[in-house]
Design a protein around this ligand. Sequence first.
Ligand code: BES
Ligand code: MN
Ligand code: ZN
Length: 492
Amino acid sequence: MLSITYAASAADAAAALVVLAGPDGALSAGAAAADAATGGAVKAAARAARFEGDVGSIVELFAPAGLATQRLLIVGTGPADKIDASVAERIGGAIAARLLTSGETTATVDVTGTVEGTLAAHLAHGAVLRSWRFDQYRTRLKDKQKPTLAGLTIIGGGDAAATHERLSGIAGGVARTRTLVTLPPNILYPESFVEQAMDLAALGVELIILDDAEMKRLGMGALLGVAQGSVRPARILAMRWNGTGKDDVKPVVFVGKGVTFDTGGISLKPPAGMEDMKWDMGGAGAVTGAMHALAARKAKAHVVGVVGLVENMPDGNAQRPGDVVTTMNGQTVEVLNTDAEGRLVLCDAIWWAQETFNPEIVVDLATLTGAIIISLGHEHAGMFCNDDGLAAQLAAAGSAVGEKLWRMPIGDAYDKLIDSDIADIKNVGPREGGSITAAQFIGRFVKPGVKWAHLDVAGTVWATKPGALHDKGATGFGVRLLDRFVAENFEA
Ligand code: BES
Ligand code: MN
Ligand code: ZN
């Protein structure tokens, strides 16, 4: 991970130098100093490049006369009075994206007078998040393609230590999630997912693992029905972090869909794009990363993350369309489509979580439906919620960190669409409103009185284009959202 140092002045005059500027020729102190040292090259270059100071826009000068550095970046901040934490993160992200494979190993970022204090830590956080990559399986990268940037020195930022400490815990969680989401499905399967999470114990997280025999004993027929077509046994992993110092605080429970590969089962998916279904464990990945973040920054809250881990495969023992399975709470489900498997995993995982941890609040995250991508594209995750207060808290947390949620409707008229002719519930409704009936299915397993939100993250855990804080690929969506939700509402 990119290493960050805060200093009063530049340690290495030869390192790449980054200075900041706003719209209308507003140069920061560092930019003005560089302009003076180069005999006006900063202003001239900005003019020539039609630089307007937009957040994250960059003008790059090489071997500027008058400075020791071989590379000078002028980076836009937008209007000075609009620089908040998320703008600072986008600035840091833009710097990292530009320098990551540039050949530079270190860069000095002069934030004097613009992005100071906690904002400087957010700039660094954006750079750390944006510089995450996964190169484990690239054995033939050319030198020019390899990441070079190892560290940033932030100068003129003042004291950002406390904020930096907190944000690096969160960045660790995001990195963990991205790794889980990126790992190929022959490497990441239910048992190896659990293995990957074991080191959370070192952060003080209590780990509880259910194997298939235990789940069978508990009557988790829906979850096990999905798993039965795979040679890889299912697991449930619970991760508990209690930072309250008290034993009697009810936990907030997060539940994640962890389908480590979704072929669709006997209701087989078409081949084109099926490889995407390695990230059908994105909800479980986010929950795991959020637990990492909370424990790493020692959140003063009691939180349990539960992930239901299965592989959905077609084979001689796979469940059939038409099978009826019995869930842990006794409700029976007619499995009309084996590709609607996420809800079958979640219903048993959520029921077990409620029985075991007695929460007042349950938030589940799942790459549950293609339909949510049709509804919302990749900008917002869908939120389904039985409580206006909880919905408002989640929406606020999401917009604060740039992981946006859009509330979708639920209700009785949708709920009756999943009544089965032969069992209590069928696992698919009509094509219309497919994300909503999926949410209704999960809602039938929420205990009365429990405040519950379901986040359909199918459109947001994986990106085909780079964003401000991530490259293309795994985004880590959900970690910062859940962390903020806890920080704002459960840490007194
Ligand atoms: N994992 C998929 C949903 C999905 C699709 C996520 C595309 C990301 C991208 C889920 O298990 C699924 O297959 N859902 C079906 C439900 C249908 C059979 C009712 C779907 O969305 O098509
Ligand atoms: Mn499916
Ligand atoms: Zn799925």
